[in-house]
Write a protein that binds this ligand. Structure first.
Ligand code: PMP
Length: 359
């Protein structure tokens, strides 16, 4: 059986070793005669798996006891609502930075609940750069500051962590676990799992404990961080199988040497692709060099009439899911942790060959 080179933005490639272990354990999880999928979330086996996953994540990211780690439902999109529902206080005011489609969606959702100030935006140049913090207009009375460190569609990544005197909230869906991170700089971090964590269906929230307990009485229990923290993310039935798979991914990351090792590989993969694109007139990437994403590499063909052929020929060569987001067109190679360097090498070789034949 041969595995495809999968450049999907999410749900994305998973480490082959993780899939193989899951396969091996699928029918009989370690002598229980049952699949993890078939067990109660109150079963000691599942509780232990869940605890182990949390501990491995804490080890990988160096998360201190000052933070609760939650495994929730609803994807990152539910966090667009949960963040304001839980963190807006009497002022009802928050600052948001708009660097692309995902931060725009977060802003739109937050506006249902509060007075949202867009402190900075790079919409003027089609979200191709990160506005320097010196140009932001932050509010004195905001309850928190929200941004998206990596815009999955635009391939735009912050090259700095904002310095703010309010809790900093980050949508890290497509960058978390790509490199080491100083969690202590943040009030709250959230991420949908289906890129660097595991399969779709589970959402990670890392929240400083002093920010818990601020939700008003009208906030539904399922949307209240405090309730999830008090119940170890088992207030209701959690997505146990996705949680188990995320745990396997965390163990795999540890075996690779942790996030420092992953960062070196990820930087190399991204550089290989961007260097190739920059050296060619046939391909282009519009993002400011300092803000180019390590995880999502969008690129266009100078002659867009070749897009269809590019995708068809890439697919025939075993390179899949390279089509850019429907809203922007062009191409996008998502090169998350589980996408091996060999996939990037194969993509660059294919792009060079395609250019030779069509350029
Ligand atoms: N934020 C970012 C940065 C994303 O990339 C995505 C999904 N691609 C989302 C939010 C939405 O995530 P979900 O589909 O899990 O709601």
């Amino acid at each position: 059986m041969s595995r495809a080179f999968n450049f999907c933005a999410g749900p994305a490639a998973l480490p082959e070793a993780v899939l193989r272990q899951a396969q091996e354990e699928l029918l009989d999880f370690r002598g229980t005669g049952m699949s993890v999928m078939e067990m109660s979330h109150r079963d000691q086996v599942v509780v232990e798996l869940a605890r182990r996953a949390e501990q491995d994540l804490r080890d990988l990211l160096g998360i201190s006891d000052d933070y609760a780690v939650l495994f929730l439902h609803g994807g990152a999109s539910t966090q667009f609502a949960m963040v304001p529902l839980n963190l807006l206080g009497d002022n009802g005011k928050a600052d948001y930075v708009n660097t692309g489609q995902w931060s725009s969606k977060a802003i739109k959702e937050a506006r249902r609940y509060g007075d949202i100030n867009v402190a900075a935006s790079s919409e003027d140049r089609n979200f191709s750069y990160v506005p320097p913090q010196a140009d932001w207009t932050l509010s004195a009375d905001a309850d928190y500051v929200h941004y998206c460190p990596n815009e999955t569609i635009g391939g735009l990544e912050f090259d700095f962590i904002p310095e703010v005197d309010k809790p900093l909230v980050a949508d890290m869906s497509s960058t978390i676990l790509s490199r080491p991170l100083d969690v202590n700089r943040f009030g709250l971090i959230y991420a949908g799992a289906q890129k660097n964590i595991g399969p779709a269906g589970i959402t990670l929230v890392i929240v400083r404990r002093d920010l818990l307990g601020r939700a008003g009485d009208s906030v539904p229990a399922m949307l209240n961080y405090q309730i999830h923290a008090d119940n170890d993310s088992m207030y209701n039935t959690p997505p146990t199988f996705a949680w188990y798979l995320a745990g396997l991914v965390f163990q795999w990351l540890k075996e690779q040497g942790g996030l420092t090792a992953m960062a070196a590989i990820n930087e190399r993969k991204a550089k290989r692709l961007y260097d190739f694109i920059d050296a060619s007139d046939f391909y282009g990437n519009p993002v400011a060099k300092a803000n180019r994403s390590w995880m999502n590499v969008p690129f266009v063909l100078a002659d867009s009439s070749l897009d269809k052929d590019f995708l068809a020929e890439a697919g025939a060569a075993g390179l899949h899911n390279l089509k850019g987001h429907r809203s922007v067109g062009g191409m996008r190679a998502s090169i998350y942790n589980a996408v091996p360097e060999a996939a990037v090498e194969a993509l660059v070789a294919f792009m060079a060959d395609f250019e030779k034949r069509h350029g």
